[in-house]
Structure formats: C-alpha cells, structure tokens
Design a protein around this ligand. Structure first.
Ligand code: SF4
Length: 327
C-alpha cells in the first residue's frame, strides 16, 4: 500500500437477500452497495454524496464492519481489516470510529458525559490508571469545546450541537486515524452546523484525522471535502478531487445534483424531490446504467450495458457511456 493511503476499499458489496415467500428460498437481492472501490489518504476528507437510499450510509457502516460486507476487501493502515476477528478487530477499531447523524440516539441516556467518553477508553486499556483515564477525558472535552462543568451531566441536558460534540469527543478519545461521519450535521440548525464543521476541520488540522464525510448536502461537502465520490443505487457514478467535481461535473447524475443545489438551500427540501423521476428500487435496478430511467442523455446502449468506472482525466473517474467507446 502506498505510504499516504490510510484506507483501501476493494470491490465492496453489501447485498440483502429478499424472500419472495416464506416457503421459498431467497431469490433476489437488494444491492445496497454494489462493487465499490476507493482509497482514503492520511489526513484527508473523502466526501460521499447521493440521495437518500443510495447506499452511502450502508457503505460507511460496512467499512467499519458495523454491518458485515457481503464481499470485498478493506485494508486499514496496511492491515486486512476484513480478516480480523475478536481482540484483533477490537484493537484495530481504535483506529476507525463512526459519528452518527442523530447524536441523541447514539448516546446512552443513563450515562454521564464522563462515562460516555470514558467507555472506549475502558475497553481499550490504553489509559490504564484512573488518573490517566480522567486526564484523557478532560483533554478531549477541551479539544471539542465542552465545558468541564458538564462532565457529570446526562445527554438529555444538552442541545443537539453539544450532543454532537460529546459524540465527537467519544470518537477521538483513542486517537483514531479515520472517522466515518454519517450525516453528522444534517439534524442540526444551520448556524450549529457551521460550528460542528469548523470543529471537525480544526481537529483534522491538530490531530491529522482523515474523514469519510457522508452527506446528502452538496454545499456542506463542498466546504469540507478534499475528494468526492457520487453514489447512486449502490454504485459509484463519479469520483474526483473536489475542485474538479464541482467545476467540471461530468456524469449526468452529478450535473443534476449540482443543478438542484440552489433549490435545496432556498426551499429547504430534500434533494430527491428536485431531481426528475423516482429513484428505482435497489431491489429492482434498471438493466444497464442504473441512472438510465432518469438520465436526460440516455442512449440505447445505456438500457442494456452497465458502464464501467473509467478515468476520464488524471484522478477523475466517471461511469457513463458518454465517455466509453461503446456509444
Ligand atoms: Fe446517462 Fe447513459 Fe451516461 Fe447512464 S450511461 S448516465 S444513462 S448517458
């Protein structure tokens, strides 16, 4: 693995079987994540965008093995993360953490802030004495801007933004190299969103953490990401440096998403409502290109042959027949 590559994901798939009847065997699958490969470099932010149900959260949870991938390989810091079990998996998970969309649901309501942050520390035994544990808790509370007077309070006593700070404090307690942020600000007010984004950026600068930043909000991803992948129906449509992607969006789906951005921010409606046509069910995706039922540029070939993800410029990949030789 190249020196600056922290995470390498190869052909990741997550399929869910569907039973057509209780008497029959499973006959079909929902392909929530369908053969995705990418890399995340040390200290970078890798943005993941797409509409609700495109598989971006499933991808994030599969990478950390909160849900087990159906197939594929995940290499974390040079180690085959997919092959780890038991204590080795617990140890490797010190390097990769997850922040959830809903901080309240992800915090145990019966635990104080101190114990919530202390829980991963206790499991790891990285700070074995009580003094070391308590000092580490104080340190991370300061790093995320939490008042130390809050240490013995419970999650219900906090606002959404403060709860997300508690979640971030818990995530950084063991000095991870990578945090998967799954829609970390979408449940927060806009003014609070900016504060949490700035906190994440500051922590990245101070601690060198890499992020996989999952969001349906392109303006947030534009602000925080270094590189971006666009997902649709469990597939990668386009992947590029942020500047390239926003300046020169090449896939018709990316173009449609970007065209919808002003409407999203002005009208505060979900992006799925501003793109024409319904998203097909991942249980019954279109044959050929998965975007062909909504694509204004669809050609005959698009309805029968799935386009490969190909490099159209250095570091810029796109899965569309407009760029293949099969038009
Ligand atoms: Fe549109 Fe065809 Fe490209 Fe798919 S492959 S995005 S249907 S032009």
């Amino acid at each position: 693995m190249e020196n600056d590559v922290l995470l390498k994901v190869e052909h990741l798939k997550k399929y869910y079987s569907i039973k057509t009847s209780s008497l029959k065997k499973a006959t079909s699958y929902v392909k929530a994540v369908d053969d995705i490969s990418f890399e995340v470099k040390v200290g970078e932010t890798f943005g993941v965008v797409g509409e609700s149900g495109c598989g971006k959260s499933t991808m994030g949870k599969s990478v950390i093995r909160l849900i087990e991938p159906t197939s594929g390989k995940i290499f974390l810091d040079g180690e085959d993360f997919t092959a780890l079990k038991g204590k080795d998996l617990v140890k490797a998970r010190e390097k990769i953490k997850l922040i959830f969309q809903d901080p309240y649901a992800s915090l145990n309501p019966r635990m104080t802030v101190k114990d919530i942050i202390g829980e991963p520390i206790d499991i790891s035994k990285k700070y074995p004495t009580k003094q070391q544990r308590d000092e580490r808790i104080v340190e991370v509370m300061k790093q995320v801007g939490l008042n130390l007077d809050y240490m013995y309070r419970y999650p219900h006593e906090f606002s959404g933004g403060q709860r997300q700070r508690i979640g971030i404090a818990r995530a950084i307690a063991l000095q991870p190299k990578l945090i998967i942020c799954d829609e970390p600000v979408s449940a927060l007010d806009v003014s609070i969103q900016a504060k949490i984004i700035n906190l994440l950026k500051q922590l990245q600068k101070d601690l060198g953490i890499a992020y996989i930043f999952i969001s349906h909000d392109l303006s947030v991803v534009k602000h925080i990401a270094d590189r971006v992948v666009v997902m649709y129906l469990g597939n990668v449509m386009e992947m590029a440096d942020k500047k390239d992607l926003f300046k020169n969006p090449s896939h018709p789906y990316t173009q449609a998403l970007l065209d919808a951005v002003p409407k999203i921010s002005e009208e505060r409606i979900d992006d799925k409502d501003v793109l024409s046509g319904d998203v097909p069910s991942p249980a019954n995706p279109p044959k050929g290109c998965c975007f062909c039922t909504r694509c204004p540029k669809a050609m005959e070939i698009c309805h029968s042959i799935k386009p490969e993800l190909i490099e159209i410029e250095p570091g810029h990949q796109c899965a569309c027949h407009l760029f293949t030789n099969q038009k």
